[in-house]
Design a protein around this ligand. Structure first.
Ligand code: BES
Ligand code: ZN
Ligand code: ZN
Length: 498
């Protein structure tokens, strides 16, 4: 854990003091420090325009001569009235990045005055700890000289109850970040290492001693279970697919579970409808939906939430090969529904169709799908939102609340019965491409998935292709290059209130 809660300054951290600074009214600033020296310094740099305390601004003052501290790091949080958990999360991430580039090994976080935060201490501990762990993440598995500069943080409070609240929060923030970092790590791993089998193994390992039950199906079992749609995608690859089933029972056995389904394409070449080679390396991230579902399950279990959840992840590689499916081929899903495959690059929906049949058989209280499903969602939303689809108004408001609590950005997209009609095929019950093709492609994909959800089960779909990786410039706690773990916190928050 990078954040320590202590009752007095430790030697390691006394070199640097990090002070949050907020804007409050015209030309006024408020800080988390009571010492007038800091106040004066802040005023000075604010007047000169060097540090205006806006969110994202940092200023390192060396030899500041403040108490015992050699250096003082000022971190802007913007307008104090607009301060939220997410603002604190981002401000802390900016601070962490600045401390790292200034080569600080440790820093105290100044908390003499917490009034500018108006957040409970437990929440403050949670958010700072989570932000530090998330910002510190770097994928280093294949770097022979992996030098990641870590910054230890310390929060000091002389009051035992305050320390307890901060510690409880810090632990919770750490466990969540650890789960997100698991998702990022397995997604960042190259596809020649992170095969479907490897993902299943890593999931089992991470789930050890968490109370999660993990079952893994191999290709033979998948065929025996009549998952013809998933198997159709898998058969073009030398890598045997896996279906990973995770079960968590934190509530009474009688309580209906919620179900999560994740797309875990360890690589998507497009298959016979092969993708252009430019940028194809990003398709190792086509497993982010599955990875983030696994991470959400880990977090739910580690936090011991009082809820029952079951998750299905389809870990498959989409390759062109002698046995690969070809455009025009027809597959039969587990429910018996037949699918004409007119584009083998629309494979995520084929993998998820069978998982949705399986999930529906459990009769869950709701089903959520998470997938890097369409390039079209990036065209529609850019990278500032995940596309969210549901026809259920109650579920919509619950999900919006969960995303607000999590500080994640989603945007509701249309999902109409008409979109499902566009998925008609002349030769099978449904086609995997819409007509007109690529018109509202993300909604067509969502409508295809919905066709495999049992009618009476409330359903929500998250297309995270727009937020799968490289989001550091939008969210400072995410990597500039690498997987993000998007929507994991939203799934977790939804489970928390279920
Ligand atoms: N994995 C891709 C979607 C994707 C694209 C994710 C870019 C992240 C970044 C998906 O399997 C795919 O190829 N979808 C096609 C669907 C089309 C053939 C209907 C697409 O988006 O073009
Ligand atoms: Zn594809
Ligand atoms: Zn794909």
């Amino acid at each position: 854990m990078l954040l320590k809660i202590a009752n007095s300054y430790s030697k390691a951290a006394t070199q640097c003091l990090t002070v949050y600074v907020g804007q409050s009214g015209k030309d006024k600033v408020k800080t988390t420090n009571k010492n007038s020296i800091v106040g004066e310094l802040v005023k000075k740099y604010s007047a000169s325009g060097e540090f205006k305390a806006g969110l994202g601004e940092t200023l390192m003052l060396r030899a500041a001569g403040l108490e015992n501290f050699q250096n003082v790091m000022l971190v802007g949080i913007g307008n104090t009235k607009k301060l939220s958990e997410e603002v604190l999360r981002r401000a802390t991430a900016y601070a962490y990045r600045a401390l790292r580039s200034e080569k600080q090994k440790a820093s105290m976080i100044c908390f003499d005055s917490t009034e500018i935060f108006k957040l409970k201490l437990q929440v403050v501990g949670h958010v700072i700890s989570e932000a530090a762990e998330l910002t510190n993440y770097k994928y280093t598995q294949f770097l022979t000289e992996a030098k990641q500069h870590e910054v230890k943080l310390e929060l000091v409070s002389s009051k035992a109850p305050d320390r307890k609240a901060l510690s409880t929060g810090a632990k919770e923030g750490f466990l969540i970040a650890e789960s997100i970092n698991f998702s990022r790590r397995v997604s960042d791993a190259p596809s020649n290492w992170m095969t479907p089998d490897q993902l299943a193994k890593e999931t089992k390992k991470a789930a050890k001693d968490t109370g999660l039950k993990v079952s893994v199906w191999d290709g033979a079992k998948i065929q025996k279970e009549k998952m013809g749609s998933l198997w159709g995608v898998a058969r073009g690859s030398a890598q045997d697919p896996r279906v990973i089933i995770m079960e968590y029972n934190g509530a009474a056995k009688s309580k209906t579970p919620i179900a999560f389904v994740g797309k875990g394409l360890t690589f998507d070449t497009g298959g016979i409808s092969i993708k252009p080679s430019a940028g194809m390396e990003a398709m190792k991230y086509d497993m982010c939906g599955g990875a983030n579902v696994i991470g959400a399950m880990l977090a739910i279990a580690k936090l011991k939430l009082k809820v029952n959840v079951v998750a299905y992840i389809g870990a498959v590689e989409n390759m062109p090969d002698g046995l690969a499916i070809k455009p025009g081929d027809i597959l039969t899903a587990r429910s018996g529904k037949t699918i004409e495959v007119t584009n083998t690059d629309a494979e995520g929906r084929l993998v998820m169709a069978d998982l949705l049949c399986l999930a529906s058989e459990k009769k869950p209280s709701s089903i959520f799908t998470m997938a890097t499903l369409t390039g079209a969602i990036i065209v529609a939303l850019g990278h500032l939102h995940t596309g969210f689809f549901t026809q259920d108004e109650k579920l919509n408001s619950k999900v919006q609340d969960a995303a607000d609590r999590a500080g994640e950005d989603l945007w509701r997209m249309p999902l109409l019965d008409e979109h499902q009609k566009q998925m008609k095929s002349a030769y099978a019950d449904i086609g995997n491409m819409g007509t007109p093709s690529r018109a509202a492609g993300s909604a067509q994909a969502a409508a295809f998935l919905k066709a495999f959800v049992a009618n009476d089960v409330p359903y929500a779909h998250f297309d995270i292709a727009s937020q799968m990786s490289d989001m550091g410039s939008y969210y400072p706690y995410h990597p500039d290059k690498g997987a993000c773990g998007a929507m994991l916190r939203t799934f977790l928050e939804y489970a928390r209130k279920s």
